[in-house]
Design a protein around this ligand. Structure first.
Ligand code: AOF
Ligand code: ZN
Length: 425
């Protein structure tokens, strides 16, 4: 049973559920647009009448509650005695914008129904206390898991300041991602590829390795109907081998691309790349880009969620270092065979059963002829981001470890800062 913010059982009516569903739908309108802020929706209702609706559009702009209050005012409604349905606990601190708790109290709202608690340590229940102390009835937990899932990136980032990492791959049933002659288009069907577009849209950035760029020349954009847009695209390119005519470097979204090279690469290659894209010079760990360093930089960018689309060596590195949180593995009903045919997860592999990651909370479904298996990664020991040797499930929300205040946002492509700071090696 859902619980109110103070743990007492709360009863939600069908009308409550209906309005919260609407608030969630409003929140989703800003999918991929709010980083590093969460997506939030709000609906104001009195006596069954919807007075105002709103959602958070972008970091730095008004929060969902404020948008809904303004919408009600525009429509000539007062809000005294109304119920506010909000998908996230109202904030109670001054960030880029003033506290929503103050605005709700000033507007005379008498009941606040919330889906998820804000994991931001600056809020995390304080918003509820402030509202309740002002005499407002507060109930939380309605459709909480949907609201939490929606903001899986924010929920991780606000605690760790690094992105939540999802590994995505499309395999044959025998774990191959290409035939032995390198044919890989397409392993999965069109429905699975549409689902990949949705996955991309739900992440702030996509990462691939140089092998994938050289083999497939992917565009990594989001194509929905006639519209095409791009999340931030990150290429791991230790030796600065990215061809200047590859799509990620030369298409209309090139200013959204970050090429990450090692420290010792020809300066003319870096200069040529830098004319089109942002180039970061990264330290190496074991001869490859140091992924911990990269995740910290992406967190500063700020990127809250990262979709890793391979190839096999890249996936293996994230797994080996315990840096991935979820998987989205597509399986096509095909078998390629071949000891030398490329595998979805390569590298050296884990030495023992005891150190191999285990997948928890498995969710599977058919997508056309294919199968999608989504799961959370569980490292039983080895080198995850948590304490070595400690069993740990990195699902969402993750345990609190970190800082309290939210940094300021930055526009995609506006990060020549990083490129300038770390010149070519
Ligand atoms: C809400 N409603 O719509 C959002 C909230 O810098 P600011 O002022 O935008 O504050 C950002 C923090 O506010 C963010 O880290 C998260 O805790 C919360 N986001 N809160 O009440 C909203 N987007
Ligand atoms: Zn707020």
């Amino acid at each position: 049973m859902p619980r109110s913010a103070d743990g007492a059982p709360a009863r939600f009516s069908t009308a409550d559920t209906h309005h919260m569903r609407r608030a969630l739908a409003l929140a989703r309108r800003a999918l991929g647009q709010t980083r590093p802020n969460p997506m939030v929706g709000a609906v104001l209702v009195r006596d069954g009448e919807v007075l105002g609706e709103g959602w958070h559009h972008k970091a730095g702009q008004p929060h969902a509650e404020i948008e809904a209050l303004r919408d009600a005012a525009r429509k000539g409604h007062t809000t005294r005695g109304a119920t506010a349905y909000v998908t996230l606990e109202p904030c109670c601190t001054h960030g880029r914008t003033p506290p929503c708790t103050d605005a709700l109290i000033a507007a005379g709202i008498s009941r606040v129904v919330v889906a998820a608690t804000d994991p931001n340590p600056a809020h995390a229940g304080h918003g509820f206390d402030i509202l309740r102390n002002a005499g407002i009835q507060v109930e939380a937990g309605l459709l909480a898991s949907q609201a939490t899932q929606l903001n899986f990136g924010f929920n991780h980032w606000i605690l760790h300041r690094t992105p939540s990492v999802t590994l995505k791959a499309a395999f044959t049933l025998d774990g191959k991602i290409a035939t032995r002659t390198g044919e890989s288009r397409w392993i999965t069907g069109p429905a699975a590829r549409t689902r990949v577009m949705q996955l991309r849209a739900a992440h702030d950035a996509i990462l691939v390795g140089i092998q994938t760029v050289l083999a497939d020349n992917p565009s990594l954009t989001i194509r929905q109907g006639r519209r095409e847009r791009s999340p931030v695209r990150v290429l791991l390119d230790t030796h600065a081998r990215t061809p200047l005519d590859s799509r990620v470097v030369s298409d209309a979204f090139a200013q959204q691309t970050i090429v990450v090279t090692g420290p010792e690469v020809p300066s003319d290659r870096v200069a040529a790349l830098r004319e089109r894209v942002t180039v970061w010079t990264a330290p190496l760990a074991g001869g490859r880009i140091d992924l911990r360093w990269l995740l910290a930089e992406l967190g500063r960018f700020p990127i809250t969620s990262l979709l890793v689309e391979g190839g096999g060596e890249v996936h293996a590195s994230f797994l080996r270092d315990g840096l991935a949180h979820r998987t989205a593995f597509f399986y096509a009903p095909k078998v390629f065979g071949g000891a030398d045919a490329p595998r979805g997860i390569a590298g050296d592999g884990f030495q023992s059963l005891a150190t191999a990651p285990v997948l928890a909370n498995l969710r599977h479904r058919r997508i056309g002829p294919d199968l999608l298996v989504e799961a959370d990664l569980k490292f039983t020991s080895g080198t995850p981001t948590g304490e070595p040797g400690t069993p740990e499930v990195r699902s969402h929300p993750v345990p609190a470890t970190a800082a309290a205040d939210a940094p300021t946002g930055a526009a995609p492509g506006a990060n020549s800062r990083a490129g300038k700071r770390r010149g070519p090696g």
